[in-house]
Design a protein around this ligand. Structure first.
Ligand code: FES
Length: 97
């Protein structure tokens, strides 16, 4: 199981490795996650990865394009609806909070 914590709320969910996106894990933790398309195209669901970038699924060309459109650094910011939690400990920060 992987573990996802959503800051600044400090809410956590345990999720099976590779099964859920950050967005879905956040919802499982009871967090009101921001989203628009849920399909890696709008950029509404951006989160800052505080810890565990290596435990997330790799960037896709589509995700890079969307992050680039909004001038977001893909080394720190990911699209919560596109990225699966693969393993271990992940901490993200909601940018709208
Ligand atoms: S909700 Fe649109 S990119 Fe994630």
């Amino acid at each position: 199981m992987a573990r996802v914590t959503i800051e600044p709320l400090g809410k956590t969910a345990e999720v099976p490795d590779g099964a859920l996106t950050i967005l879905e894990a956040g919802e499982k933790a009871g967090v009101d996650m921001e989203f628009g398309c849920r399909d890696c195209t709008c950029g509404t669901c951006v989160v800052e990865v505080v810890q565990g970038m290596e435990n997330l699924s790799p960037l896709t060309d589509q995700e890079i394009d969307v992050l680039d459109t909004w001038n977001r650094d893909p080394e720190k910011i990911r699209l919560a609806c596109c990225v699966k939690v693969m393993k271990g400990e992940v901490v993200v920060r909601k940018l709208d909070a």
